[in-house]
Design a protein around this ligand. Structure first.
Ligand code: ADP
Ligand code: MG
Length: 301
């Protein structure tokens, strides 16, 4: 390709808010036939609101539980963490991150920390699986869990020393322009799939908000599952783009023919392994970038 045409195209991309790491990536953009989108923070805003919060059992008081959660979550950069810390603030709880020891991120599951000698997991069904089943089996708890699971939202569990002590439900809305962007890709002959670590209910909720425009949705994925599915998409549909923001998306971004990270809200890990970075939250720039790649190819050919 001519260096001048490539250089101009990279500048145009930067002007519409996409930083592309090299000229060869423009050529890959032109070839894309499938796009895999992460859900949380990519298709959705990554701004959760808490619907309900319940204490399970009578071992722990609500105020203690909220203090543990906001202290541990204040060490996490996951979109759910900010919502939980805010929820604590709304109940006059000050997080104390300095009280948390052994903080760990558990990809595809949640987070872990020790606070005043108590071992606490906060996360999805995988985190719940760490609780001994006996306590979750009472009628009262079953009814409560059922209530949280209604309405296609994400549900989080708090496990303290092997016991379920708290449940919360929360949800997040799709970004403006997400449905249009995916529709636009479709008119360009490109299929779109969603890959998420979140629950099947939350994935279906997003697909509903998008009026069913996604060709496939895959939920409850670990980072390695996202890599495997991007590989499968490459084999089945051809050159594949992956768009994602999280630490858990980084390996899948590297696996894709073109990995695009989210610059504003995204993690450093995603930015490092990606081939391009979207400097705004405007998903409509994705089809625009692919069109740009196609135009450059025509100009050069
Ligand atoms: P994704 O961002 O695609 O949902 P992750 O692997 O980051 O994937 O997270 C998977 C799931 O683990 C989330 O949907 C959430 O249920 C849970 N999770 C992750 N981080 C946290 C956190 N800090 N607090 C509570 N739950 C979390
Ligand atoms: Mg994400």
């Amino acid at each position: 390709s001519t260096p001048v045409a490539t250089f101009c195209a990279l500048l145009t991309a930067a002007r519409i808010g996409i930083l592309i790491k090299g000229g060869d990536i423009l050529e890959s953009l032109a070839e894309i036939t499938a796009v895999a989108f992460d859900k949380t923070g990519t298709i959705t805003r990554g701004e959760f609101s808490i619907h309900a919060f319940s204490v399970v059992g009578d071992k722990v008081q609500m105020s203690h539980l909220l203090y543990w959660i906001s202290s541990i979550e204040s060490k996490s950069s996951h979109p759910m963490a900010a919502a939980l810390v805010d929820y604590g603030h709304s109940k006059y709880i000050q997080p104390k991150p300095e009280d948390v020891a052994e903080f760990r991120i558990l990809p595809g599951e949640g987070i872990y920390g020790v606070i005043h000698g108590r071992h606490i997991y906060i996360g999805n069904k995988r985190a719940l699986a760490r609780a001994s089943s006996c306590h979750t089996d009472t009628e009262e708890t079953k009814t409560m869990l059922g209530a949280h699971l209604k309405g296609g939202v994400s549900v989080g569990y708090v496990i303290c020393d092997g016991e379920l002590v708290g449940v919360f439900s929360l949800s997040d809305d799709c970004r403006t322009g997400a449905a249009e962007a995916i529709q636009e890709l479709r008119t360009m002959g490109i299929s779109s799939v969603m890959l998420t670590g979140d629950s099947a209910e939350a994935a279906a909720h997003a697909q509903e908000q998008l009026h069913g425009v996604l060709d496939e949705i895959h939920s409850e994925l670990l980072p390695a599952d996202k890599v495997r599915l991007v590989g499968a998409l490459k084999a089945k549909a051809g050159p594949t783009m992956m768009v994602g923001d999280g630490i858990n998306d980084a390996p899948a971004l590297a696996m894709a023919d073109v990995g695009v990270s989210m610059g504003i809200s995204g993690s450093a890990a995603a930015m490092e392994t990606s081939h391009a970075t979207l400097m705004s939250s405007d998903i409509l720039r994705i089809p625009e970038a692919i069109r740009l790649g196609r135009r450059v190819r025509r100009t050069i050919a």
